[in-house]
Write a protein that binds this ligand. Structure first.
Ligand SMILES: *[C@@H]1O[C@H](CO)[C@@H](O)[C@H](O)[C@H]1NC(C)=O
Ligand SMILES: *[C@@H]1O[C@H](CO)[C@@H](O)[C@H](O)[C@H]1NC(C)=O
Ligand SMILES: *[C@@H]1O[C@H](CO)[C@@H](O)[C@H](O)[C@H]1NC(C)=O
Length: 402
């Protein structure tokens, strides 16, 4: 396994990888230390001399993960990234990157002392999202000028007027990888399949989540609850994921929110291992992230409801997230995007419509108030009239005395 992953890393480095190029030579790999110098600052590990960061032992939490994962001790991602490196750069607050040569998200300038609100230096940079919580059985974004309409010739295919009809799926031979122990090698497979709302065998999956579902899940107070898994009840995490009702009640048969949006697509986007092949994946996930971000902003959660141990492998508070480099823990990312990543979401969040009993209560209160105002003001008018009549003789009398 170690060798396969090693070669995979060597192979992917040629393109885009989690490990920096400077760190994958045999000597560096043998040393276990990945602490390059920032570009332009030769022999300055992690920019130590310029106050950017320092080379430090990797901290990988030892607390146990839960029993949900059956391949304990056989997965190179366990206690990431110790299988590969045990020393990496640790950057000071304003800096980031594998060599601390970059500014933290949201900052810019030579000394990373300017705030920026734009990403990649482009003020107009933004990611689109798909608000899937609109109910009904239409995929609004499945048009040829967006993510591709349905083909007129095959309900499961994308129209040939869309560029996405030419995209090919990779990494679909999951059984083969499992049985032969091989790894996906980017060989192209068939086209993207998609039949939004078309799963006639499972009517529950033919309808998108409702607006109301978002309101409900945003009200959940606990981030997660034991057993920190797809069976957790009253857990915001499990609810937004879509394994419980939007109000948080666990039910084996329910699929809601994020899961329901995937399954609604009834095709490539609805199968866990290949779903990222359908570009809708990105839009579906930006919206899911936006809901998470809104939840963080509304609840300002402490760390109480975040599992410190016994979460599925890789998910404890202090576990490093795979494959991010340099290592970053789940806990460090448990903050709003505005605070942690320097960007924000532009979403109009739905508010709850009044229920019939609420409307009746409001009407009753309004009527009572109106009656009180009428009665009250009538009483005042009478009082003023009465007091005017009664006041004059007194005043006159009073004046008479002086
Ligand atoms: C770090 O990794 C290197 C290379 O694998 C190894 O020789 C060294 O003993 C490790 N150090 C610690 C503290 O684990
Ligand atoms: C790549 O993967 C495919 C599908 O798993 C397999 O058929 C093919 O032989 C592999 N090619 C190479 C060069 O390993
Ligand atoms: C799509 O729906 C059909 C008909 O209900 C079903 O048989 C099929 O398994 C679904 N495919 C996916 C990938 O969800």
């Amino acid at each position: 396994m170690w060798q396969i992953v090693f070669w995979l890393c060597m192979y992917t480095v040629a393109t885009w990888a989690q490990f920096p190029r400077q760190c994958v030579s045999p000597e560096v790999l043998r040393s276990g230390t990945c602490c390059p110098s920032p570009t332009g600052l030769a022999n300055d590990e992690c920019g130590l001399r310029s106050g950017r960061g320092r080379c430090m032992p990797v901290v990988a939490d030892k607390r146990p993960h839960g029993p949900q994962y059956p391949h304990d001790g056989r997965d190179d991602r366990e206690r990431w990234p110790l299988r590969f490196f045990n020393r990496t750069c640790q950057c000071n607050t304003k800096f980031s990157g594998y060599n601390c040569g970059r500014c933290r998200y949201g900052l810019s300038g030579v000394n990373c002392d300017q705030k920026i609100t734009d990403m990649l230096g482009k003020p107009t940079f933004a990611l689109p999202y798909w608000n899937f919580a609109i109910g009904g059985n239409e995929c609004e974004i499945c048009t040829d000028d967006m993510l591709g309409a349905r083909s007129n010739f095959d309900v499961n295919s994308i129209s040939s007027n869309s560029v996405f009809s030419q995209w090919r799926v990779i990494c679909e031979d999951v059984e083969e990888y499992e049985t032969l122990g091989t790894i996906c090698n980017s060989t192209e497979g068939g086209p993207i399949r998609r039949n939004p709302g078309g799963n006639v065998a499972q009517p529950m999956l033919q309808k998108l989540p409702e607006n109301e579902d978002i309101i409900d899940c945003l009200e959940l107070k606990m981030f997660d609850t034991p057993p920190y898994y797809s069976t957790s009840a009253w857990s915001f995490r499990n609810t937004i994921e879509g394994y419980s009702t939007p109000k948080g009640k666990y039910d084996l048969k329910v699929r809601s929110l994020h899961n329901l949006a995937h399954l609604f697509l009834n095709g490539t986007g609805g199968q866990t291992h290949v779903s990222p092949n359908d570009p809708i994946f990105v839009l579906l996930h930006s919206f899911t992230d936006a809901i998470f971000d809104e939840w963080l902003r509304r609840h300002h959660p402490g760390t109480v409801f975040y599992p410190k141990q016994n979460a599925p492998i890789g998910h404890n508070w202090r576990f490093n997230m795979v494959p991010f480099w340099p290592p970053v823990t789940n806990g460090e990312m448990f903050a709003s995007a505005q605070d942690r990543l320097g960007y924000s979401y532009e979403v109009q969040w739905p508010t709850r419509a009044y229920t019939v009993s609420e409307i009746i209560t409001i009407v009753i209160v309004a009527v009572v108030l109106a009656v009180m105002v009428v009665v009250g003001s009538t009483a005042c008018v009478i009082r003023v009239l009465v007091s005017r009549e009664g006041l004059e003789p007194l005043l006159v009398e009073h004046l008479h005395r002086y």
